[in-house]
Design a protein. Sequence first.
Length: 494
Amino acid sequence: MTADTNPLPSTSPEWKRLVAMAAEIQRELGSDRDLRHGPGASVSACGIEFDGELARLTPEALGALQSLARARNVERQRDAMFAGSIVNRSEQRSALHSALRAEDPTQRVPGVERQVGPMRDRMRALAEALHAGAMRGSDGDVITDIVNIGIGGSDFGSRLLCDALGDLAPVRFRVHFVSGVDGLQVERLCRSLDPRRAVFIVSSKSFSTVETLTNASTLMQWFSASAPLRVPDHWFAVTGNARAAAQLGIPEANVLDVPEWVGGRFSAWGSVGLPAALFLGWPVYREWLSGGTAMDEHHRQAPLEQNLPVRLALHNVWHSTFLDCPSQCIASYDNRLAEFLSWAQQLEMESNGKSVTEGGRPVDYATAPIVWGGLGNDGQHTYYQLLRQGTRRNAITLITVDTASRAYPAHATALAHQAQAQAEALSKRDGGAGYNSVMRLRLRDLDPRSLGALMAAFEHATTTAAWIWGINPFDQPGVELGKKLAAQIQSQAV
Ligand code: F6P
C-alpha cells in the first residue's frame, strides 16, 4: 500500500480544540469546577437510553466532538458502508453486516439478496424443522443438542444470544460451544453428549482456523466411533470455504455460506448465528435481527447530535484519545449479559486496536481502549476498589435493564439499587491521582429486539470511532503472525 499522504486527523483544528478542552478538564479535576456534562446528556433509541450526565465531558466538548465527527465525514462513510461500497480497503471488501439483518436486503444493496435470501431461508427451515421435532438423527432420534465448534466471531455472538435469551428457548434443547484448542471442552462434551441426538455446526468463515479444525476433527472421530451414524444427518458447516468443509466430510448440501463482505466479529446476523437460531427458534432469532435493523435505521436517519451509536463513539474517542483513559470498563447489571463483554471486547479491540491509518501511516494518538469488565454486581466485590481509589483514569459504562429478574422482583429491585449507588460512588473521587468518567446505558427491557439494537449500536459505535481515528475497523492483520508461528512450530514438531 502506498504511503498515506493525507494529514493525520490530529492535525485538524477541531482535534486541537479538543486537546485544549481535555487539558482544561484535567487541570480542574478535584476543583469545585469539577467538569462533567450534567443534565441533558441523554440520547435514546430503540428502547435504549445513553446517559452521559456523570461523564467528564462538558457540553462544549461534546459539541466540539460532533464538529470533529463532521470534519471526519462520518456520515458519508456511514452511508458508503450501508450502500455496500468498498469500505474495507485493505481487503478490498464491503462491510454489509447490516444487510444480513435487513428486512429486505435488496433495498440496501441490489444483488446482495442472492446471498442473504437462500442463507436465511435455510437457517429458518432448519430451525423450524428442529422445533417441530422433524430434525432427526440417523437412527431417527429427535435432536436435542446443538454443538457449535468455532472461535472468536464464530463463537461470541451466538454464545451471547443463547445465554442472554436462553430462557425463551424450549427447555428440551441444549446448546454447547467449543472454541479454544485446549481439549477440555471436547472431553467434557463427549462425556455427556449422546451423538444420536446432536447436531454439530463447524463455524469458520475461513475454515482454516486451527483451533476449530482440530476440535471438529476430534469430535467427528468421536462421533464416527460412537455409533454407526451418517455425517450428513448430524453435521453442518458455516463457512465461506465449502471446499475445505467437504474435505472434513461435510457435504455441500450441509454448508451455509458466509459472504466475504461480512467480518467475523460482525457475522452472527447471518449463518454464523445458526446455533442461536436453532436453539432459540426462528421467531426469537428473527426478532433479534429486527432489533438490529431498527438501530440501523436510527443510525442512518438520526442527526449526529441525536444519534445513539455516534454518542457512544464520541465518548469512546474522548476518553481514550483526549482524556487518556487507557481502558473502558463495561459493567453489566443483568446476568443475562454475562457473555456481552467477550463479544464487545473482540468487536472493539480487534476492530480498532490499530496504530496506523487506513493508508498505513503511523498515528500519533491513542486509538481503541482496552475493553474489560463483566457483571457489575460481581465486579463490586473484585475490582471496584481500584476503580474507586486506584491511580488510573477509568472510562466506565454501567449497563442496566429496568426489568431484570422477573421471577424474583425483590432481587431486581436490589440490583437496581446497587447499580444506582455504584454510579454515584464511582463518579466521586477520594483525592489521589485516579478518576472515573461514568456513563450509563439503560435498557427498558432485555428482549430479542433490544439485544439486537444494543449489539448493532455497539457495532456502529466501533465503526464511527474508527472513521474519526482514520483507521480501518474491518481487518485484523495483527493476528496473522501468531497463527504463522504456531503453524511453523507445529510443522517442526511433527
Ligand atoms: O484470529 C482472529 C479471527 O480471524 C477473527 O477475526 C475471527 O472471528 C476468528 O479468528 C475465527 O475465524 P474463522 O471464522 O475464519 O474461523
